[in-house]
Write a protein that binds this ligand. Structure first.
Ligand code: ATP
Ligand code: LTN
Length: 331
């Protein structure tokens, strides 16, 4: 039998997830889990590169796990685990640090952005973030890494580091490829659509959270920025607000952008925005109910994490042992 390709992705348990995370990450995972050997992590080690409130971090970890499962990520089909439960991540990160240049890390867009946003805490972890992410990916000999466009540089650096190590020794790591999905690859902020919708945005009205109730969702869409043309047409360059809403509508309704344009031809922006809000709210309601049900069963969630960590560690430790041998660590 042909070996299945390995797919790896992760989300940080910081803040509440937005519909950007949902479209850019989680829904894609559900579609991919039948065709690949999937590893999906909760990246809590990445999360602490920005200061967290411990009780919240703990609570968000379980809440994110329940959300993955509520969205359809199946722990029987995938390895679903918590990054800090597998020590090999930190261990490989250390080795890879010696194959990474300070200059490269200083040039990373996300590092520059986050340094600006957290000027009081530009810690080494923030700068090292891409190397930890590289360790995540390489430990599992991943072929494919589905991410949003904002993570492009990070997957590129993972490829560079893998090749650098392979060239210095002998083939050790699979060189991974990023997988971007076209529409919905980047969901914009509702109030500033040229900016990515982010869970840590300053103005929470620009982001729709998966935990928002129906009223909040509809209110946020009603306030979304559009333009003065009164024409529902996909044109990201000249009509970023309307195009963003069309992408969101398309992702949540399953209709293509062209179909959506037709559906709203002649409609006013008010009706259009209401329809988008209602579609999103309708889709999120059953997920929210299922998440709450799962969160009430902590023993089940703990079991998922325990089994996930065991399965992840088995693969990760194999790669780490190879690396230690090649670099000359006495065993
Ligand atoms: P933060 O604001 O805390 O940096 P974030 O909202 O960017 O967080 P991440 O944890 O960095 O979220 O991202 C998790 C996953 O969701 C990644 O694969 C990322 O590319 C994807 N993602 C995040 N925001 C969007 C978005 N607006 N559109 C599409 N995908 C997104
Ligand atoms: N940095 C990513 C989350 C993440 C990740 C990974 C994604 C951590 N490790 C490995 C893909 C592969 C983010 O914030 N989106």
């Amino acid at each position: 039998m042909e070996e299945r390709k390995v797919l790896y992705s992760a989300v940080q348990p910081t803040n509440n997830l937005t519909i950007g995370n949902y479209i850019g990450a989680i829904t894609n995972w559900v579609g991919l889990q039948n065709n690949y050997d999937c590893y999906f992590a909760i990246a809590n080690m990445h999360a602490i590169t920005v200061r967290q409130v411990p009780a919240e971090l703990r609570q968000r970890t379980l809440s994110l796990l329940a959300l993955y499962i509520a969205c359809g990520v199946d722990p029987e089909k995938c390895v679903l685990y918590l990054q800090s439960h597998v020590p090999a991540h930190a261990e490989l990160c250390w080795v890879l640090n010696t194959f990474t240049y300070v200059g490269e890390m200083e040039r990373m867009t996300q590092f520059k952005d986050k340094s600006a946003r957290h000027a009081e805490n530009i810690n080494m972890g923030l700068m090292d973030y891409p190397v930890l992410m590289t360790a995540d990916i390489l430990l599992y000999q991943s072929d494919i890494v589905p991410v949003g466009l904002d993570q492009r540089q990070h997957v590129e650096i993972a490829r560079d580091i893998a090749q650098r190590f392979n060239n210095a020794y002998s083939p050790t790591f699979k060189v991974p490829e990023a997988l971007y999905l076209k529409v919905g690859a980047k969901i914009g902020d509702l109030l500033d659509p040229t900016k990515k919708m982010s869970k840590s945005a300053e103005n929470a009205n620009g982001s729709v959270f998966l935990s928002d109730d129906r009223d909040a969702i509809i209110r946020k869409f009603k306030r979304a920025v559009t333009d003065s043309e009164a024409c529902v047409k996909y044109d990201p360059e000249n009509k970023p607000g309307v195009s963003n809403l069309l992408s969101i509508y398309s992702a949540f309704s399953g209709k293509s952008v062209a179909e959506a344009e037709k559906e709203f031809a002649g409609a006013g922006y008010g009706d259009f925005k209401l329809a988008v809000g209602e579609t999103v709210a309708d889709r999120l309601a059953p997920i929210q109910a299922e998440q709450a049900k799962l969160l009430a069963d902590k023993a089940y969630l703990d079991g998922v994490l325990r089994s996930g960590a065991e399965r992840a560690a088995r693969t990760a430790n194999k790669t780490l042992a190879k690396v230690y041998k090649k670099i000359g660590f006495y065993s």
